[in-house]
Design a protein around this ligand. Sequence first.
Ligand SMILES: O=C([O-])C(=O)C[C@H](O)[C@@H](O)C(=O)[O-]
Ligand SMILES: [Mg+2]
Length: 429
Amino acid sequence: MDTALLIDDVRLTPILIADPPLLNTQGVHQPYTPRLIVEVVTRGGVTGIGETYGDGTYLDLAEPLSRALPGRSVSDLNGLFALADEVCGDSRAADERVDAGGLRGVQTADKLRLSVVSGFEVACLDALGKTLGLPVHALLGGKVRDSVEYSGYLFYRWAAHPEGGERDDWGAALDPDGVVAQARRFARDHGFTSFKLKGGVFEPDAEIAAVRALAEAFPGQPLRLDPNGAWSVETSLYVADQLEGVLEYLEDPASGTAAMAEVSAGTGLPLATNMCVTTLAELPEAFARDAVQVLLSDHHYWGGLHRTRELAAICRTFGVGLSMHSNTHLGISLAAMTHVAATVPNLDYACDSHYPWQTEDVITTRHTFRDGRLAVSDVPGLGVELDRDRLAALHRRWLDDDGTMRARDDAAAMRKADPEWVTPPIPRW
Ligand SMILES: O=C([O-])C(=O)C[C@H](O)[C@@H](O)C(=O)[O-]
Ligand SMILES: [Mg+2]
């Protein structure tokens, strides 16, 4: 055992990062959203960094894991999962219910724990790579491509938050013209050639019109629509019929595997999910019922980079397509996403990323998309460095918050504009 690889210290830093007023079926993004930055410090003096969700329910699990980790090796990633099973225990959000964000499907203690462990796994891989002088992709078996394609993630949005928050110059996007203008700016600034529209915000015909406007503005380019399960089976089939041949896939039109299977049986349009299948236990039923043709990986959901590769192998075996989901995240996670995506031969679609919406970061040099792609870093570890001043400033914001922003709640944020707003029942249309 190389003692240089032993973990001496683990630091957890919860932060609040600015988020624009992006709309989804639950409500609107808060002005600030929590993230957790994980640092593992080895006996050899190397610090590895990772990032995951920062809501209190995740912090509750991250804390015991951080206390149990010192003395273990950053190379003992299988042991990390066993340790998490042992020390994390049940969280207060362990019951089966839709989470506060409501966009992730059924929430379980297992899923929460995997999301927490993902941040630690990435930090360990970063430290291991830095110690060995190898990029993270090499620790995953090596890259099969030199750059990874991302799609432009379009949102209906307001020009500004009703209360507080940082201002930006995007303006509102609440109709097809606004959505197309947003896509043009994404294409100009980042070179994206494929686009996903977050739907479930307006009634389905309005969103069909927005997708058609995109198809006209970007002929032949891949498009996706994702209402986060807001539609009934009947509405989903109507939209699928309207957009067959226009979309490359329709993401979570209806909620739950049974409803998705019904939709799937009635359309030739591929269905994708990051809601009804986000854990291995949910795979058999979904595959047996042919409920989804594309699975969205997300290393935060599936428990890290190695588990993402395991998911990819299962998808390959069953002939199911693989794409990548994203939530609000910073540059550490984007680096991790890019490393794992570079190693997966069957990553068949451009990956989602919220990153272009994030104006704040905790790394010293922001990632730059060129022609809609990120170059895969070959420097040891993840290839990103922590900006400690920025980390301290964003942590200070978290400390100063009275608690309202520390757990993401899109419905509560919506009530700032519409006091009567309640989370819409599913199906909404
Ligand atoms: O289904 C998805 O792709 C997401 O839920 C991604 C994000 O969470 C997005 O919907 C959001 O943040 O509003
Ligand atoms: Mg989705």
